[in-house]
Design a protein around this ligand. Structure first.
Ligand SMILES: [Zn+2]
Length: 201
């Protein structure tokens, strides 16, 4: 398996999947990209890459100081949302752990600065920890967007890309079941090859 450098953006490899511009959650679940030939790109693979991904989407300042623990939380949320998308597209019940992870992210986000009491200066308000607050806010935003998508009429068009080994999700338009022309071309090429190499029955 070849892991590409973290500075490489997913956009340079595949354009955003249909619907990813409308739903941040789609963009999020597609931040792990499997390409033919065993290539794998994880746009959240390192703390720096995760910070960059969040900054590009206005979810964190460039100097947020995302640490490995935060990047791990993001990747874990991505798996939970992917599990919910998979359940929705397959018409299966949601994994309880995925559901509670999304709900925990939604309820954990602080809506207001907390109240503190200083021994000398008395009460004051502040965020518990800037980085924690940023990450919780980002996780809540991503979880809320996934919940929006799953409960909107668009959820009927939610589809996993049908071109192995691609694992991206998209919102289907018409009959297209692929996240990109590149993935569609690969399927068409494979079918044409199969037709050429199989004897007529
Ligand atoms: Zn694809």
């Amino acid at each position: 398996m070849r892991v590409m450098s973290e500075t490489q953006t997913g956009e340079s490899v595949l354009p955003p999947a249909p619907g990813a511009a409308d739903y941040l959650a789609l963009d999020f679940v597609n931040s792990a990209i499997a390409l033919p030939g065993g290539q794998f790109i994880d746009l959240l693979g390192t703390p720096e890459a995760a910070n960059h991904w969040l900054t590009e989407r206005d979810l964190a300042p460039a100097d947020a100081g995302v640490r490995e623990m935060c990047a791990t939380q993001l990747r874990s949320m991505r798996e939970h949302i992917r599990a919910l998308f998979a359940a929705r597209t397959a018409g299966l019940p949601a994994l309880p752990t995925a559901l509670s992870a999304v709900n925990a992210a939604l309820t954990r986000a602080p809506t207001a600065a907390l109240l503190y009491w200083d021994e000398t200066n008395g009460p004051y308000r502040a965020a518990p920890c800037p980085t924690t607050e940023i990450l919780d806010h980002a996780l809540a935003t991503l979880a809320a967007n996934a919940a929006d998508l799953l409960t909107s009429p668009d959820a009927d068009r939610l589809t996993a890309c049908g071109s192995t080994p691609c694992t991206r999700y998209l919102l289907r338009h018409g009959r297209g079941h692929w996240c990109s022309t590149r993935c569609g071309d690969r399927v068409r090429a494979a079918r044409a090859y199969a037709r050429r190499t199989q004897p007529p029955s």
